[in-house]
Design a protein around this ligand. Structure first.
Ligand code: 13P
Length: 250
């Protein structure tokens, strides 16, 4: 049985005071056990503080991006080994904001995914279509292209220790959540693609939904067969909102 993962992507938000109160609130309010894993994705400068607060807890943490190069003259960049040094378990790869605002191509995303795996991090590969692509009936073609770029590089076995997050760009930060039916349809498409390559890996692969997940819509989304949790933006910045999503897991 796949465990549900509720992951909070804080994006470029936070202060030391906010990190302390948010993480202390999550530690106090999240009941351990059940079929749910929690993870948070703070900005790089708060990884040390996150490690210090969470290291004895069941809550995992990760980073929002990495540079695929091991080390060297790359001013402003952060490598996989640095993330491991701060106890990260996960790293996002190919978030739509990285793709659209910072020009990361499918090949760049594959570089990051590959470097994360090689270092022993669990990459969370983010895929998803824009509104225009959905309206042009290109959702499956776009998601297929984004997945294929990584599959061609790392093979299906690269997803043995990885997560996929379906995040329709039109649903991110807009309050326009995909309906459970819309999300399930794309999740099933993703799982079928993996199933055609390796049915065991496909059956174990966690596929998260992201895009305006909140305490009111999470239960309906997570109840769908192929939706194994959420990648949460805005609602991960408040203890009660994030815990409401966690508690929506049946
Ligand atoms: P929101 O939950 O704010 O829509 O953000 C989703 C997201 O991009 C998570 O990575």
């Amino acid at each position: 049985m796949r465990r549900i993962l509720v992951a909070g992507n804080w994006k470029m938000h936070g202060t030391q005071a906010m990190v302390k109160s948010l993480l202390e609130g999550l530690l106090a309010g999240s009941q351990p056990g059940g079929n749910v894993d929690l993870a948070v994705f703070p900005p790089f400068p708060y990884l040390a503080q996150t490690q210090a607060l969470l290291q004895q807890s069941p809550i995992a943490w990760g980073a929002q991006n990495l540079n695929p190069v091991a080390q060297g003259a790359h001013t402003g960049e952060v490598s996989a080994s640095m993330l491991l040094d701060f106890g990260c378990r996960y790293v996002l790869a190919g978030h739509s904001e990285r793709r659209t605002l910072y020009g990361e191509s499918d090949a760049d995303v594959a570089d990051r995914f590959e470097a994360a795996l090689a270092a022993g991090l669990e990459p969370i590969l983010c895929v998803g279509e824009t509104l225009e692509e959905r309206e042009n009936d290109e959702t499956e073609a776009v998601v297929d292209r984004q997945l294929t770029a990584v599959l061609d590089r790392c093979g299906v076995s690269g997803f043995q220790k990885a997560v996929v997050a379906y995040e329709p760009v039109w649903a991110i930060g807009t309050g326009m959540t995909a309906s459970p039916e819309q999300a399930q349809a794309v999740h099933a498409f993703i799982r079928n693609k993996f199933d055609s390559l390796d049915d065991i890996i496909a059956g174990q692969l966690r596929i998260l939904y992201g895009g305006s997940v909140n305490g009111s819509n999470a239960a309906d989304l997570f109840a769908r067969e192929d939706i194994d949790g959420g990648l949460v933006g805005g609602a991960s910045l408040k203890v009660e909102d994030f815990l409401a999503i966690r508690n929506a897991v049946a």
